[in-house]
Design a protein around this ligand. Structure first.
Ligand code: ADP
Ligand code: ASP
Ligand code: MG
Length: 442
């Protein structure tokens, strides 16, 4: 009997009607002769509502109490889903993260899984055939309830699938799989039938909310193939695996964006060894992550260093960086809160040049200024003004023809500049200039 792990997000179980609809999906699958381990998120916006509730009674709630509170969101949805299944005549049982043996470190609010002891879960699966598990939560060695960070239910599902060597790990969403970009910005966005772990990891890290980045990392490490599909209706789905022969060959697989970045510039520092190291050591010591870093060409030995980070960390970052900047004799520190990021992702970029040129041309034609650029083998990201982000996503989606299925690699029109009035693809390929790529920095 196959063991299927399924994960339903907050939208999929957002109301009593949705819970009953999900119960039907689970029962249907069970009756095909499978055992089911179902991981569920909190209903709808419950987690956000609980965070607001906490803030209304305390300006800075203790992380331990916060986890105690947030874990209740998932406990509601698992109990309700089990009840709904039982009311329809099948037998299901709900279990919390600690009950299924998810052991984490003790970093409340962003705990990492350090081990899984699934004996009790195995027993329950053998007995009832459908076990509903609370996502997002675990237990530290000190027997405290912990949570895994926002979107952590995805990680619960992948970790349990790996631990029990499940036959499938399916994610149910309110969209048909992972699309070429966010359908709320580009309604023509298309389901990507097959994506590599690396592409999905880039997309998740660069702002796509469809899967949690740590869960994709975990799936890659333990080789758990992932399926993403709709819980609302049948339709296309996305398979996420290692790169395989026969995958649709495209240069650009998808476009992601983020509107929650900020940029900091340290002005007028000496261009000499030790300056960057002192600035970024200060940030690392405060447990702050930076994203892109750019240093200007120096003029008479003086230069500027800019970097981006999550906007939520800006206040803390400015505090650390201002102290370090005065130590290295910087002239000033400036912050820009109104930036965002647009990125294109695809393994085809490894072997084809000209993608960067095409991206920059498309943005230029739309009058969108690029403030910073960062690349890896399979992605190019540009920092731009936040109010241009959505337009940039639409422009790039069109530029790389992502609304069309199966655009073959190497077709000339993908790499050529699109001049207004010219029929696309009608001219022979011009070899575009090679674009030098730099390694990704973190
Ligand atoms: P969950 O309930 O697990 O949080 P959802 O069912 O809300 O997940 O689905 C994820 C949401 O992410 C979709 O509603 C969609 O609007 C958004 N989204 C953003 N980028 C993408 C993308 N590239 N592919 C699919 N969905 C995306
Ligand atoms: N409920 C948690 C959140 O909203 C965990 C999850 O849904 O994955 O982040
Ligand atoms: Mg959702």
């Amino acid at each position: 009997m196959a063991l299927i792990v399924q994960k339903y997000g907050g939208t999929s179980v957002g109301s009593p009607e949705r819970i009953k609809a999900v119960a039907d999906l689970i029962i249907k699958r069970k009756r095909q002769g499978h055992r089911l381990l179902v991981v569920v998120s909190a209903m709808g916006d419950t987690t956000d509502d609980l965070i607001k509730l906490a803030k209304s009674v305390s300006p800075s709630p203790e992380p331990r109490e916060m986890d105690m509170l947030l874990a209740t969101g998932e406990q509601q949805s698992i109990a309700l889903l089990a009840m709904a299944i039982n009311a329809k005549g099948e037998h299901a049982m709900s279990m919390t993260g600690p009950q299924v043996g998810i052991i984490t470190d003790s970093r409340h609010g962003k705990a990492r899984i350090i081990g899984i002891k699934p004996a009790r879960l195995r027993q329950a699966l053998g007995k009832v055939g459908i076990v509903i598990v609370a996502g997002f939560q675990g237990e530290s060695k000190g027997e405290e309830i912990t949570t895994l960070g926002r979107g952590g239910s995805d990680l619960t599902a992948v970790a349990l699938a790996a631990s029990l060597k499940a036959d499938a790990c399916e994610f149910y969403k309110d969209v048909h799989g992972v699309l070429t970009t966010d359908p709320r910005i580009v309604p023509e966005a298309r389901t990507m039938p097959h994506v590599t772990y690396d592409e999905m990891l880039e997309m998740a890290s660069l702002g796509s909310q469809v899967l949690n980045a740590r869960s994709v990392e975990y799936a890659k490490r333990y080789r758990v193939p992932l399926i993403v599909r709709s819980s609302f209706e049948d339709g296309p789905q996305t398979l996420i695996t290692e790169e395989e022969k026969g995958m649709e060959k495209v240069l650009v697989r998808g476009i992601t964006y983020s509107k929650s970045d900020a940029k900091v510039t340290v002005l007028g520092v000496q261009d000499q060894p030790g300056v960057a190291s002192r600035l970024f050591r200060a940030l690392a010591s405060a447990d702050l992550n930076v994203d892109m870093i750019v240093q200007d060409v120096s003029e008479s030995g003086v230069t500027n260093i800019s970097f981006t980070l999550a906007r939520g960390d800006l206040a803390k970052t400015l505090e650390s960086v201002k102290a370090a900047a005065s130590q290295v004799g910087a002239e000033d520190v400036q912050a820009d809160e109104n930036v965002g990021k647009v990125s294109i992702v695809g393994v085809g970029m490894r072997t084809h040049s000209g993608v960067a040129a095409a991206m920059f041309e498309a943005l230029a034609q739309a009058g969108i200024n690029i403030e910073m650029i960062s690349t890896s083998e399979i992605k190019i990201s540009c920092v731009i003004a936040r109010d241009k982000v959505e337009e940039a996503v639409r422009v790039l989606h069109r530029r790389f023809r992502l609304e069309q299925a199966s655009v073959e690699l190497g077709k000339p029109f993908i790499l050529e500049a699109e001049e207004p009035g010219r029929v696309k693809g009608s001219k022979p390929a011009k070899k575009p200039a090679k674009v030098k790529k730099t390694k990704k920095r973190r």
